[in-house]
Design a protein around this ligand. Structure first.
Ligand SMILES: C[S@@+](CC[C@H](N)C(=O)[O-])C[C@H]1O[C@@H](n2cnc3c(N)ncnc32)[C@H](O)[C@@H]1O
Length: 366
């Protein structure tokens, strides 16, 4: 998923911090408290960290969980590494085994024409929202229902359920009728949205210790982990840095991940989820300082690595000050040039305020 704020291209700058910590710790543990795509969690796991990921959004939890699982032997039984290079999370191995029989079954499912998801979000539905072509929408709703049935009937475990939902989210990304983010749909069904929907084969990383993915508010999760007596060598902090809510930009993925349309009525033209959900003090100019101070003060971690942008709501010098107030010593800043996220292609008649944003990393120990 082309995710706003993904740190995929920042990994080369994050790597040396992880290497340094791993070299010094007997059992390095990483807390990725705003995990998004889970790419930093996955990176940490491959570097030998025991990882806990956390995000406010359920689609992010499922995606990170899929990356952090040590797949059950039953899932891998008879598995071959797929030579059918289909869509999937990169690296790792795409496994078949049990999934080999489940995925075609999911891809064959078709929902009823009046399925609530189809009526609300699919071409030809009552609400006239064009997030998916008619056929792909019917297939997605059918597949997503079937995953819940499989869980309920005990055909799959909770872990396998998450693997399948993550594969489905990845597959949807290829055929969504959106301009990269999922906040709104295009007025006409574009060409790529007419390609047939396929469930991505989840990639797994057998042989590495399993990590864990949680869904929760960062500050609440940090408190819960402290109460549970957990401690980490490093907390990686990558909060949203402006007022745009991920909950609005990715509401459709959230609804597919939670599959809870029975519990709310989509709002407005774009079909948003309930208003009170997904708001974040990290996205508020007034709230951000206090919430960062609280997060860092309560962090059950010996060190912190903070990603932020020079366009962020909290100016760099204030952030350094907050780190010191929270009890971290001698914060060191590394500046990294970073390409601005763009939802659509460059076009000649669009004016950008500048091509690069400076992202920086601040590292400090207690
Ligand atoms: C910049 S993105 C993280 C990107 C991630 N590091 C990656 O590389 O994919 C920020 C994330 O913070 C999450 N978020 C926003 N407010 C939050 C909160 N209060 N607690 C936990 N997560 C939150 C968003 O859902 C989003 O996924």
């Amino acid at each position: 998923v082309n995710y706003i704020g993904s740190k995929r291209s920042l990994l080369p700058s994050i790597g040396p911090f992880l290497d340094q910590i791993r070299a010094a710790a007997a059992q390095p543990r990483l807390l990725d408290i705003f995990s998004g795509t889970g790419i930093v969690s996955q990176f940490g796991r491959m570097k030998g960290f025991d990882v806990v990921a956390n995000d406010l959004q359920e689609y992010a939890r499922v995606t990170a969980q899929a990356l952090l699982e040590d797949p059950a032997p039953a899932l891998l039984a008879g598995a071959a590494v797929s030579d059918r290079a289909r869509v999937g999370l990169d690296e790792g191995v795409a496994v078949w085994g049990l999934l080999e029989s489940l995925i075609p079954e999911l891809e064959a499912a078709v929902a009823a024409e009046d399925h609530p998801f189809v009526e609300e979000y699919v071409e030809g539905g009552r609400a006239e929202r064009l997030y998916l072509s008619r056929l792909n929408g019917l297939k997605l709703a059918g597949a997503r229902d079937l995953i819940e049935d499989m869980l309920r009937d005990g055909r799959v475990t909770a872990d396998t359920h998450d693997l399948l939902v993550a594969g489905l989210l990845e597959g949807i990304d290829r055929v969504a009728n959106t301009a990269s983010v999922y906040g709104a749909y295009l007025k006409k069904v574009k060409k790529s949205a007419q390609n047939p929907f396929r469930v991505a084969v989840p990639r797994v990383f057998p042989g590495l210790p399993a990590g864990r993915a949680l869904r929760g508010d960062a500050n609440e999760t940090v408190r819960a982990l402290t109460r549970a007596g957990e401690s980490f060598s490093l907390m990686y902090v990558d909060p949203p840095y402006n007022s745009r809510l991920y909950a609005s930009n990715y509401h459709l993925l959230e609804t597919i991940a939670r599959w809870d349309l029975a519990d709310f009525t989509p709002r407005g033209k774009t079909g948003l989820r309930p208003r009170e959900e997904g708001t974040s003090d990290y996205c508020s100019k007034r709230g951000v300082r206090a919430v960062v101070l609280d997060l860092l003060t309560e962090a059950p971690a010996e060190a912190v690595l903070f990603s932020y942008s020079d366009e962020g709501l909290l100016p760099h010098d204030d952030l350094v000050q907050v780190m010191l107030e929270a009890g971290f010593r001698d914060p060191q800043t590394t500046a990294v040039d970073y390409k601005r996220f763009r939802a659509d292609k460059d076009s000649e008649n669009r004016v950008y305020s500048g091509d690069d944003v400076v992202e920086y990393l601040i590292y400090a120990r207690r």
